[in-house]
Design a protein around this ligand. Structure first.
Ligand SMILES: Nc1ncnc2c1ncn2[C@@H]1O[C@H](COP(=O)(O)OP(=O)(O)O)[C@@H](O)[C@H]1O
Ligand SMILES: [Mg+2]
Length: 199
């Protein structure tokens, strides 16, 4: 059950970059290490990229039962729709204490709001309940401002979107301008937990 855990390391990580720049492969490689930060890791994987790291993918129903059980380990769920995202978001908000990796996070909202209230709560308040998040997304400015203002850590791959670059410069300073000319598979990182993103 969800309990307030304000003493824990708060992590809300963002991996951002154009499609094909290596975000998902980099994130896949970090999955086993996330057990250092939390005994429970849940990967939300709309493209099936994380099958191997998760030992296969399970259904939304089984994922919710796993969340409710407090069982440790790594679980991957292949979500395909807004309804799936909403069910899982509500269960995460209800049970807490899990490290969530959500790929293709641009599907969770638009520039003004998240499609589900539970995801807005997870992003803005989940840290107090031991909910850690890594959101992987192609475009930053397609998503609500809450996402960037709550980030503790950012991994930035190449982007060709000037508005994304500008938003990052606001947060990370002028050096963030380099993201528009990064080589493929290279990324810049900012934040409170540099060891989170180690290669
Ligand atoms: N560091 C890397 N070195 C070599 N190939 C890579 C590297 N990172 C990703 N790739 C390959 O590039 C392609 C796109 O990577 P992916 O992680 O799916 O990108 P994204 O999630 O940003 O769209 C994949 O075929 C992947 O195997
Ligand atoms: Mg990807």
């Amino acid at each position: 059950m969800r309990t307030l855990q304000p003493e824990q390391d708060a992590i809300f990580g963002l991996a951002i970059g154009a499609t094909g720049t290596g975000k998902s492969l980099h994130t896949r490689r970090m999955i086993p290490r996330l057990l250092r930060w939390s005994p429970r890791v849940l990967v939300l994987d709309p493209k099936g990229d994380y099958r191997n790291e998760c030992g296969g993918l399970i259904s939304v129903g089984d994922t919710i039962r796993w969340l409710a059980s407090d069982a440790p380990g790594i679980v991957g769920c292949m979500i395909v729709s807004d309804i799936d995202r909403d069910y899982i978001g509500r269960a995460i908000w209800k049970y807490g204490s899990v490290f969530v990796v959500a790929d293709e996070f641009q599907f969770y909202g638009d520039s003004t709001r998240f499609k589900s209230d539970s995801w807005r709560q997870i992003v803005t308040m989940g840290r107090s309940y031991g909910i850690k998040v890594i959101a992987v997304t192609q475009r930053l400015t397609m998503l609500p401002k809450d996402l960037l203002t709550n980030a503790t850590d950012i991994l930035m791959f190449r982007t060709s979107c000037n508005r994304d670059t500008k938003s990052l410069i606001d947060v990370a300073g002028d050096s963030a301008g380099r993201v528009s000319s990064l080589p493929r598979f290279r990324a810049l990182k900012w934040g409170e937990h540099p060891e989170l993103w180690e290669a």
